[in-house]
Design a protein around this ligand. Structure first.
Ligand code: SF4
Ligand code: MG
Length: 339
């Protein structure tokens, strides 16, 4: 049984202008100790997916359908108190901006102790000892001294290490990290990612890593889920997705990686922009940007414009694309000729 099982999740935002579908039919699983990347451009619904796992979707957002099972318990219908126990304790979250988590008026030690005391019956001295231990695990220089410092006294990289220490404080089963290094310098980004990887491996913590950066995904995760306009459009083993992406959007993301460009040439950005969730194109939401949405004679493919593509298995990946479906079907026809 998977540790986390998200099935057919629908999340909507009830806005004055009407309902916006932020997530549609999102399904994935996460095993104990597994590391999953969720990628896509901004506006794809990655953060909404992350927040929904922790049931942190705030009004006007709401879960319109589907289920989220953690350790065989349904989270979408759980009482706030029970959920509070799971959040932080079993599933913890790392946000993009450390200042969203850190309280500026408390010392690092005070907030870590407070967090421990909120979830466990524990004396201050013992809590401080655990906090110190976690700071050591994230390789912070002079950890004793950090306990008595305030967030503003620390560098961005150090603050993010502290956030990781806090995320690990209650020995969670899952860490959900939303763009955890976006606000940092490139060199520090790499250090923080390898720290996160090291700690998840060491403590067998599962990781859901939300990022727009496929480079980071390939460094850290075993499985990848690619999102576009609120839907999952491709998922599978990270190595296969990076080396042999099937969906035109994923291919576009990979071709846009700086490493893929010839030095001195311009990056191959995907033309156009992600649609806003209020105006998702019919059929395959990617069709206005897709160079495969045409027949051999150059006329537009009708299915791309009218029918939402279902998943088709290609290699070890699930891909939602009509063109890929045709390729897979032709391939299997060629292999087993009909008599
Ligand atoms: Fe392109 Fe059509 Fe595939 Fe969508 S379904 S990615 S428009 S080929
Ligand atoms: Mg985001």
């Amino acid at each position: 049984m998977a540790l986390l099982e998200v099935s057919n999740l629908d999340v909507r935002f009830a806005l004055r202008q009407g309902e916006v579908k932020a997530l549609r039919d999102v399904s994935f699983t996460l095993d104990r100790g597994e590391r999953l990347g969720i990628v896509g451009e901004s506006g794809a619904g990655k953060s909404v997916a992350a927040f929904t796992i922790l049931n942190l979707i705030a009004r006007p957002g709401y879960i319109a359908g589907g289920s989220i099972r953690f350790d065989d318990r349904e989270l979408t219908t759980m009482k706030p108190r029970q959920l509070q126990q799971i959040r932080g304790n079993k599933i913890s979250m790392i946000f993009q901006d450390p200042m969203m988590t850190l309280n500026p008026v408390l010392t690092i030690g005070e907030q870590m102790v407070e967090c421990l005391k909120a979830h466990r019956r524990i004396r201050t001295r013992a809590a401080r000892e655990i906090a110190l231990n976690k700071l050591r695990q994230v390789h912070i220089p002079s950890p004793e001294k950090r306990l008595d410092q305030y967030p503003h006294e620390l560098s961005g990289g150090m603050r993010q290490r502290i956030i990781i220490a806090i995320a690990l404080l209650l020995d969670p089963d899952i860490i959900v990290a939303d763009e955890p290094t976006t606000a940092l310098d490139v060199t520090i980004q790499a250090e923080i990612m390898s720290l996160l990887l090291e700690l998840c491996e060491k403590h067998n913590v599962a990781l859901v890593l939300i990022t727009h950066d496929l480079g980071v995904v390939s460094q850290v995760t075993q499985r990848t889920l690619v999102m576009y306009a609120g839907r999952v459009i491709e998922q599978g083993p990270t190595r296969e997705i990076i080396n042999d992406a099937q969906h035109p959007y994923t291919q576009g993301l990979i071709n846009a990686l700086p490493q893929m460009a010839t030095p001195g040439s311009r990056l191959n950005q995907i033309p156009g922009a992600m649609p806003t969730l209020a105006k998702i194109p019919p059929g395959c939401a990617f069709h206005p940007r897709c160079s495969f949405a045409f027949n051999d004679d150059g006329s537009p493919r009708r299915d791309c414009r009218e029918v939402i593509p279902g998943f088709v298995r290609s290699g070890n990946c699930d891909v939602a694309c009509h063109m890929v479906r045709d390729l897979v079907e032709n391939d299997s026809d060629a292999r087993d000729p009909v008599e």
